[in-house]
Design a protein around this ligand. Sequence first.
Ligand code: GAL
Length: 512
Amino acid sequence: MDKLYSSGCEICADCICSGGASPCSTQPEKCRHGFFSSLPNNQAHVYKASSKERSITIVFTPRSIIMTFLTLSFAALLAYLSLPSKPLTTAALHDGVRKHPSLHNGVGKLPFMGYNTWNAYHCDIDEDLILTTANLMKSLGLAELGYQHMNIDDCWAEKNRSASGDLVANATRFPSGFNNLTSQIHDLGLKAGIYGDSGWFTCQLYPGSYLNEARDAEQFQNWGFDLLKYDNCAVPFDEIIELGMVGKYTRMADAIANLSETTGQPPLLFSLCQWGREQPWLWARKLGQTWRTTDDIDADWEHLASIINQNSFITWASDFYGHNDMDILEVGNGNLTFDEAKSHFTAWSLMKSPLLIGTDLTVVTNETLEVLMNPEIIAINQDHVVGTSISPFRWGINPDWTFNATHPAQYWSGESQNGTIFMLLNVLDEPADMFFNLTESPWINAGRQYSVRDLWTHTDNGTAVRNFTAEAVPAHGVVALLMKDAGPEPAGTQPPCARPEWCIDQNGTLVQ
Ligand code: GAL
């Protein structure tokens, strides 16, 4: 058996800097890239230089000084030329947490959009369904709007690996094999995604990738997949894994990075699915591009409200190249009303979650398509200039910062390349008027007025001075606005400060 980098790394004492579950001694090239993964037992593999010690006498002569200088200059030039030529992107600098360089090469700047099979079909999937859905994404115009990924969720595999240890596509569901399938998906101009698990098994008990990370990453890439959703079921015993959540997910992140370095191909887009356990918003950006923040969604208002509530406290974590994943969309499913579906889609989009359609496209209604295909909402999600999420500026019916699964924050705003975005969410079970002062949002300038664009009615609704009221917002409904600077307020607008705290005349008179 190969020497595996698992528990008890002393068995790898003769390895050169290794990571992931690869056979330790077969990938010495990792050392050259200077990348060390987190290791079980908190041990670091160390490059062992020859133990023989030699004493060297250096004699300085003018000639040796010049030769030494030339040699060092040449070495420095070579080192400089061998640096990665790609400049650091803004996100890398902005991150504070540096990604593994091979995971950070332009993949996944924006939240990805596409389709995922789980919500609509669970395990009831096969290659016909995948191709039918992919074709519908194209013919319905969804692909053109950015829904580019066709992602296969759990249950695609045979229950057992092959004799040589490889994952095998289920012969009944995918008789033509994955290379055939992904090339047809690619021919449609789409990308293909696959699902795996960081433990012994997937959540439906198909083989997981623990101890097979490098092999499986390579398999996924060889099958033509562009994205990997990676789940959190079937966790090995502590005495075997000796890793926390970060370490468990680092194993596959390392495998993806190493594969990309070895093949020169872009890394698989890595979509971590561990349900918000151990605060992935603090660390998953280092390893991948998206991370699930909650337990599974369901097609009812209770689940939507709860997910919005949880995510309202971590909106700061999403920006280019790393996004809170609020789970696959339920638009078109269950008993969601039209207004609830609009709220759902607005919150997911403006909070910069991946947008994965999860409804049966063969019977999709016009109403569902109207929600999923709102170009003005999608444009905010896919804003390539501003990557941040909207955040609550006032909780509304609850005191600010209240964690309330049924009644999340109601008044939200954020930046976009075209102006300030507002989302007003009526979390009540009956219609309500919703009022706010413009300067409650940090993105609004005092003393200016703003044009109002309604992103659902697609109308320009005049100019707002100081405040805005949305009348009779339906139960569980939403208002999404884009406000743009429209010049100074009308002269003499009173009071002199919209925000009264510490409002003072130049002569020192406080205005209360
Ligand atoms: C869950 C995951 C779901 C789906 C399911 C498949 O853990 O959150 O989105 O992938 O596993 O078994």
